[in-house]
Design a protein around this ligand. Sequence first.
Ligand code: HAM
Length: 407
Amino acid sequence: MSKQTIQSLRGMKDIVNHDSELFTYFVDNAAKIAQNYGFCYIETPLLEETNLFKRSVGESSDIVNKEMYQFIDKGENDVCLRPEGTAGVVRHFVEKKLDRAGGENRWYYYGPMFRYERPQKGRLREFHQFGCEVFGVSSVYEDANIILMIKDILDFFGIKFKLLLNSLGCKECMPPYKENLISHLTSFKEKLCEDCNRRIETNPIRVLDCKNDNCQLLLTDAPRITNSLCESCDTDFDKLKEILDFNNVEYTVDSNLVRGLDYYSKTAFEFVSDEIGAQSAIAGGGRYDRLVEFLGGKATPAIGFAIGIERLLELIKVKEDTQDVLYIGAMSEDALNVITKIANKKRKEIKTVLEYSSRGFSKHFKIADKKGATIVALVGEDELKNNTIFVKNIKTNEESNINLEEF
Ligand code: HAM
């Protein structure tokens, strides 16, 4: 009998070698930044009751409608693998009666999420998020702080981004806006795509971010939520923009930004990059002041975000490709100790590859090439005598002997 090999499932992949190193590098540093902003680590189960996501992410969302890894377990419980992290954290908050205790809670998390989507570049069925959630703070300064924190994380890794910003109003101004939008959309309903027609019935604002070009053309004159906000939402949105301006954070107001999860109110945002193809959102989030209530708790203001780790790592890789890598080698046994010391020093400023065996000049260049080095530095008998190091920049072809202390 032939034994067939087993492969990982479609849209799921192993994270290993350089990717896993980057993964931990990202999580460690993002966690440090979150801790400096007062967040504490939380880990919630990957498996939750299906109802948790129906009641939070929303029955009309694609995530709940089409993309859940849902099954009945051996105890006849309807469960599903979490498609996102917010719902589990809110469940914890309500379960532990922290809504009754008052006060503020700030948690960060990271880990796998599961969505049965059509896999493509940047879109997986198992992917990882790094997220933060804040409970008990209604001030719009918190919204600004959350945005500043994401910016800090992206800046730390040198990632360029665009910030899209919107306000989705509240329970006072969103319902009349929806009515207005429905009557506008109904007048040319038959020209809109099938999905939009379904959404007019289930969640009309999702029509606004339809990816179909024809629908987008038809939506040019659609009423805008930013023109329909109540006084309180309008004041908060203006204040948020003012704080961001004051902190030199650039943003674009996009009144079609509605997010794919139903729990948002007021501030909604996305960080996008034009360097990773069609799946351009690297982070998304916003305020969800009513979700605690939807899940049976006492009304509590809340806000959060999640970064898509795989998408972010793609960007770190793009950046890495342009970074220098130093290769250090010895051309005599005697030089091995010296190059170890130099590499240890150099690693504080540049990615450094060290070759442990002494080799000839051209052999070193062959190895350096395989390891992706952009600078090659070699020490042999002559260099040892003169206290120098031979250095060649592969990109510019410049070469010289540099005094060891200066190097
Ligand atoms: P989301 O926008 O659905 O928000 O996901 C956040 C990020 O996860 C996206 O911007 C994207 O980078 C990444 N992502 C989503 N789906 C995939 C996929 N199939 N493959 C790869 N990456 C993906 C949320 O999940 C909310 N829970 C965020 C939040 C937290 N809002 C408030 N608190």
